[in-house]
Design a protein around this ligand. Structure first.
Ligand code: GRF
Length: 187
């Protein structure tokens, strides 16, 4: 059994899609969905699918051996799906090339601190980009700088707004993220 722990801070549409995708895979289990926000909608989605949840603080993630032990027990792979905290170095070291993140832009563009959610799409719009996309990458010690696993692009027109860009990105994420995770874990 390959066990995946998902870390998410927000709505959790990606976490839910991943959960649904792997529910028919007998050798893959989403063992936990962890969140740093106790009111994150992702927790509702997890409960709906019968996935165990836990809420933790940044301090607990950074300092508690229990948090690392939970990951060691429950995760062969860790998937960040809209997770807004920086993963501490000791966790990255414990899971080399086993932590996967999705970023809603074509890295290395529009990455780094502060570049998340609508901030990304507004910046893309402001620069009149003719395309944007998603990047799925391994996580290393720096925000959005780990080795790229997969990118997919979508064209933009002058009519696009940050909101329509967000929708296009969302579609790409739903379409590709679970498959790419499957490829990585079966490597
Ligand atoms: C996604 O756009 C993802 O790329 C980014 O955060 C967003 C999370 O959305 N890292 P959701 O919580 O999965 O709905």
């Amino acid at each position: 059994m390959i066990k995946i722990v998902i870390l998410a801070s927000g709505s959790g549409s990606n976490a839910e899609r991943i959960t649904q995708y792997f529910s028919s895979h007998k050798n893959v289990e989403i063992s936990y969905i962890l969140s740093n926000k106790n009111d994150a909608f992702v927790l509702e989605r997890a409960k709906k699918h019968g996935i165990k949840t836990k809420v933790f603080s940044n301090k607990e993630m950074k300092e508690q051996i229990e948090f690392l032990n939970l990951l060691k027990t429950e995760a062969d792979f860790i998937v960040l799906a809209g997770f807004l905290l920086k993963v501490p170095e000791h966790i990255i070291k414990a899971f080399p090339n086993k932590i996967i993140n999705i970023h809603p832009a074509l890295l290395p563009n529009y990455g780094g601190k502060g570049m998340y959610g609508m901030h990304v799409h507004r910046a893309v719009k402001k620069n009149n980009e003719t395309e944007t996309g998603i990047t799925i990458h391994y996580v290393n010690e720096n925000y959005d700088e780990g080795a790229i696993i997969f990118q997919a692009k979508t064209a933009l027109t002058t009519e696009d707004t940050p909101e329509t860009i967000a929708n296009k990105i969302h579609e790409l994420e739903q379409q590709h993220f679970p498959n790419v995770i499957e490829q990585v874990i079966n490597k």
